[in-house]
Design a protein around this ligand. Structure first.
Ligand code: ADP
Ligand code: MG
Length: 225
């Protein structure tokens, strides 16, 4: 009976996921079809339609790729990598976006952080997600600060701090559940993916938050043996 229950639980979760995913995919698809029809009538001077179509396509891609990571963590390919280098490239990537929103994104790192065994692509995606969430949580005088440091002889800590809206205590334990979002255009899949990626790297993700003050997220990853 216990095993049956577990199976039906899994099926229920899978069903919920599929339903949510279908819902998320259908909206941008509807919009794409509409604009394509408009284009059939007027091809000229309609760059704007192309822009919307491209961003909707990106969104579909994004949602589906988030799902693929979650569905197949065993397919991740691991290599030697370095967290300082990864965070430098993530910061460079998002600095401009932060500045456009009137926020400041900064990075600090200890010298000679040892290498880890990782999938650089997935770790980048993980930290991009955390920084994007931070940027979306801040408003006036927004600051997002990343620190890479040693948390023990064999443990590296990447801390992402923001001075954004914060998360109510009772909500913090809900984070990482699929489709939990407070954003109109959110997917509620980002943090779930973050937890999965960290878990696949044998690390830990820890969230601390105070409403009105900000959020601190620690990612702890073991150094390479
Ligand atoms: P999404 O960003 O699409 O909403 P996520 O899984 O990335 O989905 O995040 C889920 C929710 O967690 C967000 O909608 C937001 O309410 C909350 N959250 C995540 N990171 C932060 C943060 N740094 N500050 C405040 N709230 C956050
Ligand atoms: Mg997010």
């Amino acid at each position: 009976t216990e095993e049956l229950l577990r199976k039906s639980d899994k099926l229920a979760v899978a069903g919920q996921l599929a339903a949510g995913l279908a819902h998320e995919i259908r909206n941008p698809l509807t919009s794409l079809r509409g604009f394509l029809q408009l284009l059939q009538h007027a091809m000229k001077d309609k760059q704007h339609y192309f822009d919307i179509m491209l961003s909707e396509l990106d969104r579909i891609n994004f949602i589906v790729s988030e799902f693929l990571v979650i569905a197949k963590p065993e397919a991740i390919q691991y290599k030697q990598g370095n967290l300082t280098a990864i965070l430098q490239s993530v910061t460079a990537l998002l600095e401009t976006q932060a500045a456009l929103g009137g926020a400041v994104l900064t990075l600090d790192f200890e010298e000679d952080i040892p290498d880890i065994v990782c999938s650089e692509m997935h770790l980048k995606q993980l930290f991009i997600n955390l920084v994007k969430n931070a940027l979306e949580a801040i408003f006036k005088d927004g600051r997002v600060h990343i620190t890479v440091s040693m948390a023990g002889p064999n443990l590296i800590r990447v801390r992402t701090e923001d001075n954004g809206c914060g998360i109510p205590e009772e909500r913090v334990k809900q984070l990482g559940e699929p489709f939990y979002t407070t954003k109109e255009k959110g997917t509620g899949l980002g943090l779930m993916m973050c937890f999965k990626i960290v878990e696949a790297h044998r690390g830990h993700l820890h969230i601390e938050s105070t409403v009105g003050q900000g959020t601190t997220i620690d990612v702890l990853l073991p150094v390479m043996e």
